[in-house]
Design a protein around this ligand. Sequence first.
Ligand SMILES: *Cc1c(COP(=O)(O)O)cnc(C)c1O
Length: 348
Amino acid sequence: MFVLDQILRENIRKIKPYSSARDEYSGTEGVFLDANENPIGTVGGGHYHRYPDPMQSGVKELLAQLKRVEMQNIFLGNGSDEAIDLLFRMVCEPGKDNVLIFPPTYGMYQVSADINNVEARQSILTESFQINLDDAFSKIDERTKIVFVCSPNNPTGNNIDPRSIYKLLDNFNGIVVVDEAYIDFSYGMTFVRELSNYPNLLILQTFSKAWGMAGLRLGMAFGSKELITIMNRVKPPYNVNQLTQKYAVKALQNILHKEQMVQEILFEREKLIERFNEFDKVQRIYHSEANFILIKVQGARNIYNKLIEKLVIVRDRSSVVLCEDCLRISVGTKEENEVLLKAFAEVI
Ligand SMILES: *Cc1c(COP(=O)(O)O)cnc(C)c1O
């Protein structure tokens, strides 16, 4: 059985939350002389001389409606990468505990594990980029605290079979992270709807991809109220800045804009797949449920370098397990894709 208190590090279990000025008085009216801010204004203009809302209530109110969860089920961070790092610090005792990842997958899980001095055990995906459950469970032991599932997976682009994720949720007593950074581009199900059934579930989503806000850094995590409470306690108090909060509120009032961009990107993705299919040297284009495609092509490394000479930058994944001779290519605009295809035809 999953018991949050049992997997938290002892120091975290005992922690008293830092109480910021804005926590202690959260009203909006009054003369604010409690946070040592500049009362006059902001150098360079704008109104950023007050600390931002530490709980990002404006954003969470709209997000709760959109995702059909309660505000207390939402954590917001400086990118989803902040949530990943927080989790390590909350539940993994450095040098003792371990986590499980499924390569080829998003690189940040390993990086965050290394930074926190936590062993990242690997269970390599199958040839069809699915989880090998027997292998996964053979690598889990009593010191395994987190399992990271990325679906749709980066860099392969496919969804992980939800049945495998349910097996992990049902049988693993640590936290199952389901990273849904690309969910807006996918026909697959979101696990957000399973929150009430699984206290060990934490879903990551982001404003960086479909919402087009990578430069503003805003990541979402959805989990049980208990888990989210601890995350909020461990995060830096003002982790999401004022400007980002303001933009996120605007974005959440313009969901249609996001959906239009997603449709356009999906359309361009399908066109790109058709066009790459015409090249003999392209051995394989993997099915994608994301805003990128993974292609297998003879001499990928060389092609990557030659594309760079033409100022077309894709991602060389040829040294990644199961991705030999593979390039990961983000779907660009119509014009960018034309530039890519022209350059690709020339170098190949
Ligand atoms: C891009 C990406 C993210 C987003 O990270 P942010 O810190 O929110 O920009 C998260 N997970 C995966 C798998 C990604 O590819």
